[in-house]
Design a protein around this ligand. Structure first.
Ligand code: 5RP
Length: 224
């Protein structure tokens, strides 16, 4: 399902484009397919949303650029942890939410690829990742908790998880999020917060792979 959605998205990539590469197990398939097209002669350049995806792209021969070398990105293809009926997203399960959001904002067109398990009516079942700087992290966590969630620092291999940017990730259980825009604003006002995994009105297109091997494309209302 993930592979089908990823390959459908990569079919949208055209000669000469600058492409944003996502992070995670679905984006993995997009990077693989893009690399196959590059091997077949497609000329593109790319920028990765994480050191993990950067290494993968490098190993597969995809030409990479640094952010400072790019004015704008033509298309970014990335996964998501949840997609709601308005194509709002929760991202950051893979810990790359900050670079993912920066790259999404710099992209003329933003394609999300998911399997059907990621579709929800309302966001919030998946704990919302929020990246915070290590200094004063306990205070920041308390302020986040006061917004109405249970929050804990993400762990990896028995230690606090550290993002590519040298920060912590708080995983925050809000339950059903009724007003994602208002929540995003409140989170962003907390000192020490770098960014949240709420991606509101950012996706132009969501490609969904279903169990029955079908694919469906959902488009944001603005561009229908
Ligand atoms: C990484 C992300 C991923 O896109 C998200 O976690 C989905 O991952 P997967 O495709 O493995 O389900 O936001 O920070």
């Amino acid at each position: 399902m993930k592979q089908m959605a990823a390959e459908e998205a990569v079919n949208r990539i055209q000669e000469g484009m600058i492409v944003g590469l996502g992070t995670g197990s679905t984006a993995y398939w997009a990077i693989q397919k893009l690399a196959a097209r590059v091997t077949d002669g497609l000329k593109i350049q790319a920028i990765a949303t994480s050191s993990h995806s950067e290494k993968l792209a490098q190993s597969l021969g995809i030409p990479l650029l640094a952010a400072a070398q790019i004015n704008s990105i033509d298309v970014t293809i990335d996964g998501a942890d949840e997609v709601d009926a308005d194509l709002n997203l929760i991202k950051g399960g893979g810990g790359a939410l900050v670079r993912e959001k920066i790259i999404a904002k710099a992209s003329a067109y933003y394609i999300i690829i998911v399997d059907e398990s990621k579709l929800v009516d309302k966001l919030g079942k998946f704990p919302l990742p929020i990246e915070i700087i290590p200094f004063g992290a306990e205070w920041t966590l308390k302020r986040i908790t006061a917004l109405g969630c249970k929050a804990s620092f993400r762990q990896a291999e028995g230690k606090v998880y550290i993002s590519d940017n040298g920060n912590y990730i708080a995983d925050c259980e809000f339950g059903v999020i009724h007003q994602s825009g208002a929540l995003q604003e409140a989170i962003n006002l907390i000192p020490g917060v770098v960014e949240s995994g709420l991606f509101i009105r950012m996706a132009d297109e969501v490609i969904v792979g279903y169990n029955d091997e079908s694919i469906k494309t959902l488009r944001s209302k603005e561009i229908i």
